[in-house]
Design a binder for this molecule. Structure first.
Ligand code: HEC
Length: 159
């Protein structure tokens, strides 16, 4: 019988090995990076919060690729005007609804959320369930590891 820790190690290793495949989506497959780190995470803890070192770089790369799910509405470069959604540069650590150049829903502005990994994970799982009345009508990400990668990417852009 596997211990919970072993299961978590395996789950994290699978997530890290899946990351380069995501990053390579649509490109010629490159030589796959070797997994050099096994990450132990507590049940329920996002992988992004548990990863350090080389594995984190893979996760960020996977998140950057997966951000294509968001980029129809969101930019993430510093100083760029918000588009159909608010600019997500430095969103980690920011209060919800904080940008002056975006007309947020009252629901999001009044939510009292400060975006950390856990809040982002909750919001991206199901925006309307996390913030009833939000105007973010698309962009839910069902896959937990993909959410973790996107959050790691957003966190890598600075706080
Ligand atoms: C169809 C357009 C659309 C897509 C696709 C989309 N979003 Fe959004 N997003 C919005 C809108 C509109 C808002 C503002 C919501 C509100 O005011 O209630 C928003 C708000 C947010 C916020 C809150 C930002 C703040 O300043 O408080 C985050 C975080 C966010 N989106 C992340 C994402 C991520 C990550 C993805 C991709 C997985 C994504 N969104 C996909 C339209 C979109």
């Amino acid at each position: 019988m596997m211990s919970a820790q072993t299961r978590n190690r395996i789950a994290a290793a699978i997530a890290l090995s899946a990351a380069p495949a995501l990053a390579a989506c649509g490109e010629e497959p490159e030589e796959l990076p070797v997994i050099e780190q096994i990450v132990v995470r507590e049940p329920g803890q996002p992988i992004a919060a548990a990863v350090t070192g080389g594995g984190a770089a893979d996760l960020v790369a996977a998140g950057e690729a997966a951000f294509s799910l968001c980029s129809s509405c969101h930019v993430a470069e510093p100083g760029q005007p918000s588009a159909a959604g608010p600019n997500l540069h430095s969103v980690v650590g920011r209060e919800a609804g904080a940008l002056d150049d975006f007309a947020y829903s009252d629901a999001l502005t009044a939510s009292g959320i400060t975006w950390d990994a856990a809040q982002l994970d909750r919001f991206l799982t199901d925006p309307s369930a996390a913030v009833p009345g939000t105007s973010m009508a698309a962009g839910a990400v069902a896959d937990a590891d993909r959410r973790a990668a996107i959050i790691a990417y957003l966190a890598s852009l600075g706080q």
